[in-house]
Design a protein around this ligand. Structure first.
Ligand code: URA
Length: 207
C-alpha cells in the first residue's frame, strides 16, 4: 500500500468509525492535505462548518489559518491539517480527555505514516495531548523535540477571532516555521530509545 493509499484508508476508517461523539455530529472529519507534507498542523476538533463540509479548518478559524499559511508561502494543499478529535463536540464544547483518547489512535496513525519534520500544535488541546504539562502562553513559538517528533505549539487560529491582537503573536510564530524547517535539517539525529524521555528533550527557540 502506498502512503497515499494508507492515508486514504485512515480517512475512510475515520468517516466510518463510531465513538461517543459520533451520534451528536453530522459526520466525522478526517485530516486533509498532502500525505507527503513535511509539516502537520493539529487543531482541536471540527466546528460547525467543518461538521457540515467534512473537512478540517474550513470555517472562520480556517480562514485565519489559510491567511497565515499564505503569509509564509504555503497553501493548504502543501501541508497536512488534522484535529485531535475527528467529531464535533456538541455546542463546540471542549472535548473531554476520554473523547480525545478515543480518537488518539487515528492521530497516531496519521503521524506514523506522514512522519512530518514538524508538528504544529494549534492551541491548548493539541498541546496538552502531546505535552500535558505545558501552558500554551508559555511555550508558544518555541519548538520542542521529544523522541523522534518536533512540536511547535502556537495559539489556536480561533483565538484571534475572539481576541484580534493575538494575530500579532500568531503571525510572529508562523514566521518562524520556514526557518525552523531549515534548522531541523541541521539537527543531529536522535536515538530511537529516547521516544518518551522528556528529560532528553530539547527546547530551542528560533529568533
Ligand atoms: N477548529 C479546530 O480546532 N479544528 C477545525 O477543524 C476547525 C476549527
Amino acid at each position: 500500500m502506498t502512503k497515499q493509499e494508507a492515508i486514504a484508508q485512515i480517512s475512510k476508517d475515520i468517516r466510518e468509525h463510531t465513538c461517543s461523539l459520533r451520534a451528536g455530529c453530522i459526520q466525522a472529519v478526517p485530516g486533509d492535505g498532502s500525505p507527503d507534507s513535511e509539516i502537520v498542523f493539529i487543531g482541536e476538533g471540527p466546528g460547525k462548518v467543518e461538521d457540515e463540509q467534512g473537512r478540517p479548518f474550513v470555517g472562520p478559524a480556517g480562514k485565519v489559518l489559510d491567511k497565515l499559511l499564505l503569509s509564509i508561502g504555503m497553501q493548504r494543499s502543501d501541508v497536512y491539517i488534522t484535529n485531535v478529535v475527528k467529531c464535533r463536540p456538541p455546542e463546540n464544547r471542549d472535548p473531554s480527555p476520554s473523547e480525545v483518547a478515543e480518537h488518539a489512535e487515528f492521530l497516531a496513525h496519521e503521524l506514523e505514516l506522514i512522519k512530518p519534520k514538524l508538528i504544529v500544535l494549534l492551541g491548548r488541546h493539541a498541546l496538552h495531548w502531546f505535552l500535558p504539562n505545558e501552558q500554551i502562553g508559555k511555550v508558544r513559538g518555541r519548538a520542542k523535540r521529544q523522541g523522534d517528533k518536533i512540536f511547535f505549539p502556537v495559539y489556536h487560529p480561533a483565538a484571534v477571532l475572539h481576541n484580534p491582537p493575538l494575530m500579532k503573536d500568531l503571525q510572529e510564530d508562523f514566521n518562524k516555521i520556514p526557518v525552523l524547517l531549515k534548522k531541523i535539517d541541521e539537527l543531529p539525529p536522535v536515538a530511537a530509545n529516547v521516544e518518551s524521555d522528556v528529560a532528553q528533550s530539547t527546547l530551542f527557540e528560533i529568533k
